[in-house]
Design a protein around this ligand. Sequence first.
Ligand code: HXC
Length: 260
Amino acid sequence: MSYETILVEQRGAVTLITLNRPKALNALNSQVLDELIDAFAAYEGDDGQRCAVLTGSGDKAFAAGADIKEMYDKAAADFYLEDFFSKWTSQIVKTTRKPWIAAVNGFALGGGCELAMMADFIIASDNAKFGQPEIKLGVAPGMGGSQRLTRAVGKSKSMDMCLTGRMMDAEEAERSGLVARVVPLTELIDEAVKAAAAIASMPPMAVQVNKEMVNAAFETMLDQGLLHERRLFQILTATEDKKEGMAAFIEKREGNWKGR
Ligand code: HXC
């Protein structure tokens, strides 16, 4: 597939994908989405590629959001029937088991912030600005912002961002745990590619497993986590050691463990 809205290049084992609609501040329209899905699938399927970096062209924006001009004329039924935005999560986040980093240069607003938060981690330039300004358009985040931002920075700051629509600068984003590192804009791509190359040099399966584990901590709902914990606890109560341990307590002696 040849691309019109993104650029893709390989630097050793690192795939660098650049959103490339600088005149629209890299706003995310359907074509960008389709091309990104294709580029991520190609990256995932290429055994020689071990880590990817996603950035925006120009020094002003990573992405200023979903394309407002594309959304303006759509009716609610269109959004619903197309299940608008669902492809982002199902085809980029869920099917990309290999790691990728968002290198955020400038504005990451609305869908741009949400896209950056889909990455395994974010490296931001010192001029980066994050925000979920959808409320100012009479809507709300639709690509995971209310969920991922809240998990990343906590309820209070997420409410502040979503309800006021204000922007957070790079320093605040790092302090809040939204981004992993902040670097000067001129060094952003080099630093992100360097980090990606370090990951690319690690044992590939261990990389995938580590990614999966951290995502499990991030993605499991508290209710599910508590249920999981409770069921495992209940399984343990069927062991001989449970009987022995409780008996040892009551009989005021040390336990004699069987390991089962
Ligand atoms: C379409 C966009 C755009 C966007 C910017 N542009 N953001 N086009 N969709 N999200 C276009 C502008 O129309 C303009 O095009 C060009 O990019 C340059 O933008 P300016 O506004 O002139 O730049 P500047 O004055 O520097 O302001 C930068 C900005 C502002 C603060 C980032 O552009 C802005 O507020 N953009 C919208 C941010 C936003 O609301 N994002 C959330 C979108 S909703 P022309 O042709 O005039 O030069 C979303 C999810 C919604 O992401 C979910 C709903 C279900």
